[in-house]
Design a protein around this ligand. Structure first.
Ligand SMILES: NC(=O)c1ccc[n+]([C@@H]2O[C@H](COP(=O)([O-])OP(=O)(O)OC[C@H]3O[C@@H](n4cnc5c(N)ncnc54)[C@H](OP(=O)(O)O)[C@@H]3O)[C@@H](O)[C@H]2O)c1
Length: 369
């Protein structure tokens, strides 16, 4: 039997949760994987050696049960409208269970007056988790994941375009980390609380890339020419409405709108390159082309060029163009999303700049303007 402490991983079947579970198991830690349902993903985690706990992260009763016999935990709240409720539920249960150390996923943008209600929820959650005395914490303050770009791999493969509302294609705005590299930083902090308690890390990829460079890397991975196209936000809303991704609600779209705006402002470029993956995660950060190649290798048939696939992709574009854009203001009103009178984006927020800025913020602002 392992003498190492048992670690709870929430959202264990998610993008970050799964590699966190697998990397902890590889290091010999007993892991309890909190999943929402039993399916092939939970089976894979169970087969790898994780103990599966099936429950609802909104339920304090389930969270309490999940923490019995646990010493440390990784809190990876689902990116859902009620993110604050997820984090309050987790923190209360962690406090009652007297956990010794927790690692939580935050957000690079987290700030008090951000226009995104989700981002403000992360800001509050980060404070909340530090309150219980006797429990230490580490915050993974991650920026824009590489995974976000790779949602566009199908259209890159069949139409040769990478379309996102990211602004000027030539400006280097993000060094996106892979899910596995983010997980490695979480794992580093979970297995060595003494070194990492009270610290904040921002996993990054090895290089700041412009949207044109991201398109080119996708093209090399796919073996075809791929061009970046800066699309208006409205087109992104239409695309999501025309073919809603399974994990995307209308509320999520209202938040993504703010994140795309921050991307264009250059907030993800601020201190965009770190050595956290190397130092805390103990690995060399994966470059974007390698990440894309891995995604393609997972379902190669979907990316093979064919007349049928191209026609399907064109039909998808026609559907997007003929779909009426959702009324984002109406959605915000209907969902009763808490709004501030004077919200501020990160680069206009003095507190955020004071705590996130690199040596020369003016330089970064000039670079990304
Ligand atoms: N993407 C970015 O660029 C970015 C940037 C900064 C921070 N983040 C943060 O990173 C975190 C998570 O990222 P991720 O991409 O790894 O998550 P993810 O892949 O979306 O995974 C979410 C997981 O939570 C599970 N889940 C949802 N609701 C649940 C509930 N009520 N009870 C139990 N399980 C539930 C889902 O299960 P099912 O699949 O079974 O539904 C899924 O496995 C989020 O907090 C997000 O805000 C993301």
């Amino acid at each position: 039997m392992s003498t190492k402490p048992r670690i709870l991983v929430t959202s264990a079947t998610g993008r970050t949760g799964t590699p966190t579970v697998l990397q902890l198991l590889e290091k010999g830690f007993p892991v309890r994987a909190f999943v929402r349902k039993l399916d092939h993903r939970s089976d894979a985690l169970g087969n790898a050696g994780a103990e599966i706990f099936c429950g609802n992260q909104y339920s304090i009763t389930d969270m309490r049960a999940a923490m019995v016999g646990v010493k440390r935990a990784f809190q990876c709240a689902p990116a859902a409208p009620n993110l604050l409720l997820f984090n309050v539920t987790f923190t209360v249960a962690a406090y009652e269970a007297e956990l010794e150390h927790v690692v939580s996923i935050g957000q690079w943008l987290a700030s008090a007056d951000h226009p995104s209600v989700g981002t403000r929820a992360v800001y509050l959650s980060d404070i909340l988790i530090q309150i219980p005395s006797g429990m230490t914490s580490t915050n993974i303050n991650v920026g824009w994941f590489a995974d976000n770009y790779l949602r566009a791999l199908d259209s890159a493969a069949h139409l040769g375009v990478f379309s996102m509302p990211l602004g000027d294609g030539n400006v280097k705005k993000n060094a996106a980390p892979s899910n596995e590299d983010i997980a490695s930083v979480a794992v580093g902090a979970l297995i060595d609380p003494i070194t990492h308690a009270g610290k904040t890390y921002r996993p990054s990829g090895p290089e700041l890339l412009s949207p044109n460079e991201i398109a080119a890397a996708m093209g090399r991975a796919l073996g075809r020419n791929v061009k970046y196209r800066d699309i208006p936000e409205k087109m992104m809303f239409k695309a999501v409405k025309a073919a809603p991704p399974p994990d995307f609600s209308e509320t999520a779209l209202t938040q993504v709108k703010q994140y795309a705006a921050e991307y264009r402002h250059g907030a993800f470029a601020v201190n965009g390159l770190t050595r956290d993956v190397e130092i805390v995660g103990g690995r060399t950060p994966e470059d974007f082309e390698s990440i894309a190649r891995r995604y393609i290798a997972k379902r190669p048939d979907d990316f093979k060029p064919s007349f049928v696939a191209k026609m399907k992709a064109i039909a998808g574009v026609v559907k997007i163009l003929t779909t009426r854009a959702p009324d984002m203001s109406l959605i915000e009103k209907q969902k009763d999303l808490a709004k501030l009178n004077s919200p501020t984006y990160c680069l206009d927020n003095t507190e955020w700049c004071d705590t996130h800025e690199p040596k020369d913020l003016k330089l970064v602002k000039g670079q990304v303007a």
